[in-house]
Design a protein around this ligand. Structure first.
Ligand SMILES: *Cc1c(COP(=O)(O)O)cnc(C)c1O
Ligand code: SF4
Length: 360
């Protein structure tokens, strides 16, 4: 077992300490104070004291780059406010219903850090906390749709809610008979691990089957504290997965992603998705070519544990949903044979079942 979680007061102290404005970011990490203040007006700044302590080299650091505001956020012309078209798929406030059997339920708009590449910048850090009455409208929507069997509680970061509030919301969802599984998306185990207390884990475990998906982007984020937080969740029977965003200057390097995926598995966190960076306004400087992602995938498959290999996806702009991308494994396909290429680039032929057999 991992050591018991700390005093709940610790995480609130860390959350509110640290860097909370463009001017403070410029003073601590360098950069033009006026430009960083302008970036803050477009998207708030929060680098809690725990995460700030991991940053070694200001905005050049792969951790710093994720959270320190930059003048580059003001120049991007390509992005949009809502790249995934979530507003159009929102039947009631705080809920996104795109796929037939599952919904995203946005229960908090606060985070433990504000990631400069965040896809939900339009709402995160500025939308007022949903009230219980507003959330109950979402719960009623889910109750009225028997096809919804999976609710992804997201935000913002649900782990920034008090234990009792998160537990209450999960309890409302749990009472709906057709909701089979609950998922909670949170970056907290990575960016504010002291928040993952035993009390929180017990509140989550009371709502099983419940899965947590967290968000690590770089191997240096896998600290002893983050490891303890993930292991504490797993020790409470909560499977933990991870979603990584492919980011220029942070992790657009096969060796970095491979090291991260291996470290995640070593703390029992299963890599789930690797996301192509969405074209969100103010984040162009984070975007890589899709070829970079395909190269990373080619460096993983066959070269390390299959369990360490996430699914690389583009979230299709305008609400098309997630589309998986793979380096080409099929060289040729016909009715009688398939030629495939393996991780070493060698070709192999698989003979198809005779057509006569397939007809039976
Ligand atoms: C990503 C996403 C989901 C969950 O997709 P999975 O592939 O099941 O993890 C659900 N709804 C929306 C709107 C999403 O963007
Ligand atoms: S923690 Fe998630 S929701 Fe919050 S700013 Fe970062 S990417 Fe956005």
């Amino acid at each position: 077992m991992t050591p018991a979680g700390g005093d709940p007061a610790d995480w609130r102290r860390q959350l509110n300490g640290g860097v909370n404005s463009g001017a403070e970011a410029a003073a601590r990490f360098g950069g033009d104070a006026a430009a960083l203040a302008a970036a803050e007006r477009a998207f708030p700044v929060r680098i809690n004291s725990y995460y700030a302590s991991l940053i070694r080299d200001g905005a050049n650091d792969p951790l710093g780059r994720q959270v320190i505001p930059s003048a580059l956020e003001l120049s991007g012309a390509d992005g949009t406010a809502d790249p995934l078209g979530e507003e159009a798929d929102s039947p009631v406030p705080h809920l996104v219903h795109r796929y037939p059997d599952r919904v995203l339920f946005l229960v908090s708009y606060q985070c433990a850090v504000y990631c400069r590449f965040c896809t939900r910048k339009r709402a995160v850090g500025r939308t007022a906390a949903p009230t219980d009455d507003e959330l109950k409208r979402g719960v009623e929507y889910i109750r009225s749709r028997p096809e919804i069997r999976d609710v992804i509680v997201s935000g913002g970061d649900p782990f920034l809610l008090a234990d009792e509030r998160l537990s209450r919301i999960l309890g409302w969802l749990r009472e709906i008979p057709h909701v089979e599984i609950l998922r909670v998306d949170t970056r907290v185990p990575c960016v504010l691990p002291s928040r993952v207390t035993d009390e929180l884990c017990r509140a989550l475990a009371a709502r099983h089957p419940l899965f947590v998906n967290t968000h690590f982007n770089h191997p240096r984020e896998v600290t002893p504290e983050a490891r303890a937080a993930c292991e504490r969740l797993v020790d409470h029977g909560i499977p933990v997965g991870n979603q990584t965003v492919l980011l220029r200057g942070v992790n657009d390097d096969p060796a970095v992603v491979k090291a991260l995926m291996q470290k995640l598995l070593a703390m029992r966190v299963r890599p789930y998705y690797l996301y192509q960076c969405d074209p969100v306004a103010g984040a162009d400087h984070f975007r890589t070519g899709v070829d970079a992602g395909l190269r990373i995938m080619a460096a993983l498959r066959g070269h390390t544990s299959g369990m360490a290999v996430p699914t690389y996806v583009i979230d299709a702009p305008g609400g098309g949903g997630k589309v998986p991308l793979l380096p080409e494994g099929v060289v040729e396909i016909s009715d009688d044979r398939v030629v495939v290429r393996n991780h070493e680039g060698r070709r192999f032929t698989y003979t198809q079942a005779p057509a006569a057999t397939l007809l039976k």
